[in-house]
Design a protein around this ligand. Structure first.
Ligand SMILES: Cc1ncc(COP(=O)(O)O)c(C=O)c1O
Length: 371
């Protein structure tokens, strides 16, 4: 007799995983290579960790026993230096098991009825919201948000820039003015932009400016900016003490601390000479090929330009004016844009999202056949 009752969330697993399985099956059946541009993974190069890990003492006590619940103090200090120019405080930073965990913690802790997402959004936002009982609002473009302030007040807005799935980058100055207006008007802004730091490093002062805005919460990840999605590590930055205190409690009781190896590797990447060099080389190779691939798509007339009227296609994703099936015919994996929207499915089905973080030569080899 089955006695278990389940609290069903209504959320679903990602279709992107199923596409990956389908590509593997096709490769097994045909013996031919399929290009997995359906994934959100930087694949130009792997970050080279060999020199970095050589300097780590894996027998050290701090790597073998429970880490502090909020993260290693040294890593929180290093993040304050790297992302906030030393102007925030380690106490404003909580180490999480990746960006997904950071988002989930924030969404389970914030008392808001609605979170407004861009019209084309990363599906996991919606699934976490479903699990945590938060309703979804929608905005068409960032320029629309100012006019929506009266109805957004007391609720939250999500900003992802460069975005997933479009890979669109908005102008920093204009975006900051908008985020300030929202925060000043009592709208919580969830700034989840894990692709931003692929394209810049500690010279970037944007987070220092965002940090001044009391209603802004930043969720970040080392999955994209240093290519370590396997390590499951990211962080939350906020300045509201009450929010931070509750987040820290929840973080403790869902993780009991974040993997110490992962924390140590990231600490080395941010602070040691070998680590900084490895990050620089990874970002240089990655951003070079992303730019080459986007230019190639533009020149070939394959980029869906209509999505980039108020923004710039930056990556790691872009949208092309071919369908998922048309690309699959050329052994290119992608995800139909229809998968990323609730209100524009019909129009979006004519387009596909691809990851452009792929070696340029390989990318061209597959796309040259697409007419
Ligand atoms: C927009 C966005 N935010 C957050 C994440 C979370 O990444 P992770 O959980 O690997 O840190 C992703 C991953 O694909 C993403 O696309």
């Amino acid at each position: 007799m089955r006695i278990m009752e389940i609290k069903k969330s209504g959320a679903a697993l990602s279709k992107i995983v199923q596409i990956g399985d389908k590509l593997k099956q096709l490769t097994a059946q045909t013996g031919q290579e399929y290009l997995p541009l359906n994934r959100g993974i930087n694949s130009v190069v792997n970050i080279d960790l060999r020199e970095v890990v050589a300097g780590i003492d894996f027998n050290a006590n701090e790597l073998q026993v429970y880490p502090p619940g909020a993260g290693f103090p040294a890593l929180r200090r290093a993040i304050n230096e790297e992302y906030f120019g030393g102007h925030s405080a380690p106490e404003n930073i909580l180490i999480t098991a990746g960006g997904m965990n950071a988002l989930d913690l924030v969404l389970q802790t914030l008392k808001v009825e609605k979170l407004s997402l861009p019209v084309y959004y990363w599906g996991s936002y919606f699934h976490i919201m479903t699990i945590r009982g938060i309703g979804a609002g929608e905005y068409m473009a960032q320029a629309e948000l100012e006019g929506m302030i009266p109805q957004l007040r007391g609720n939250a807005v999500l900003i992802c820039d460069p975005g997933n799935p479009l890979g669109e980058k908005y102008d920093d100055q204009r975006q900051f003015a908008l985020v300030k207006q929202l925060s000043d008007a009592g709208v919580v802004v969830l700034f989840d932009s894990p692709y931003r730091r692929i394209f810049c490093g500690r010279e970037d002062t944007y987070y220092q400016r965002l940090m001044e805005l009391p209603n802004v919460i930043i969720t970040e990840s080392f999955s994209k900016s240093v290519g370590l999605s396997g390590q499951r590590i990211g962080f939350i930055h906020a300045t509201d003490r009450e929010l931070l205190d509750e987040l820290e409690i929840r973080l403790m009781y869902c993780t009991n601390g974040i993997n110490a190896f992962a924390q140590k590797v990231v600490l080395e990447l941010l602070t040691s000479e070998a680590g900084i060099r490895a990050v620089d080389e990874f970002k240089a190779a990655t951003t070079r090929d992303i730019a080459l691939n986007i230019n190639y798509l533009k020149e070939r007339g394959l980029l869906a330009e209509a999505f980039y009227e108020a923004s710039t296609p930056k990556g790691i994703f872009v949208v092309v004016n071919r369908t998922e099936q048309q690309l699959l015919d050329h052994r290119i994996g992608s995800v139909s844009l229809a998968f990323f929207t609730k209100s524009r499915k019909e129009e979006a089905a004519r387009y596909a999202r691809i990851c452009v973080s792929m070696p340029h030569a390989k990318f061209v080899q597959f796309f040259d056949g697409v007419k």
